[in-house]
Design a binder for this molecule. Sequence first.
Ligand code: ADP
Length: 295
Amino acid sequence: MGSCSSCSSGNSPQGEGCAMAGNQPGNAAQCPAQEDKLKKALQRIKHKILVLSGKGGVGKSTVAVNLAVALALEGKHVGLLDVDFHGPSIPKLLHLEGRRPEVIENGLALPIEIEGGMKVMSLGFLLQRQDEAVIWRGPVKMGAIKQLLTDVQWGDLDYLVIDFPPGTGDEPLSVAQMIPDADGAVVVTTPQDVSTVDVSKSITFCRQLNIPILGVVENMSGLICPHCSQLINLFKQGGGEEMAQRMGVPFLGRIPLDPQIVESSDQGRPFVFHHQNSESAAAMRKIVQPLLELS
Ligand code: ADP
């Protein structure tokens, strides 16, 4: 992939970069040439949906993948962009490990297209090995994200689902500032207080950045027993919904803790596609309904 010709965009491992952009968290995409390129790259995408969570491990990437696939199952043209540095897990979740995006003219990269036509781009595709840790310094990380946003030829898309870094620190802040016209955020939590407290911070984060909140997803909400298919309230239920009410934001729905989701994810098979008749898949499809209604 290329870099901004006017500012060399801070992609070097040494972290050198554009004096105009500053390349500091919080100063993302302020180089005019870069901004213009970003605008052009994103203008053929109708809806940009950010998937956020207050902490890691709550199923944010799993939800991002399944929401994207559920939108594709509704006949939409969908892209999925993974900018989660701490665990770019989308390649694993879609069995795309080791794949490299094709680079075409002008240094643009083509996203990897999976069965059904969904297009995927991940920071994970830029790593040499699956177990490689991303220990780049902040400016280099931001350079890589800028490239993922500006130098990928998505084509015309109805939806771009973006799997964000967790938390409310510098990384999600910088990424959010690079996508100024996002339709909004889907915020993923688990039902326990320890997660909802952090997720309420994600909501405050969105408010401070003027990112509309599309709603809260309560993931791992009750366990479907693999033996009797009854619901067991393992991590309790309703915490995400209560928090959404308290914060005055929509509640999109709950997805149970379902052993088949783990199995399917480990196999790189999107659950909502491969288990279409399950209750958990129905829950995922219900969650995308408000997203389908975005004008
Ligand atoms: P995050 O992106 O928040 O770090 P992941 O999406 O990587 O979380 O999910 C963490 C683990 O939890 C994965 O093993 C995934 O398969 C599992 N998981 C996510 N959601 C569910 C669910 N509803 N039921 C069962 N396992 C789940």
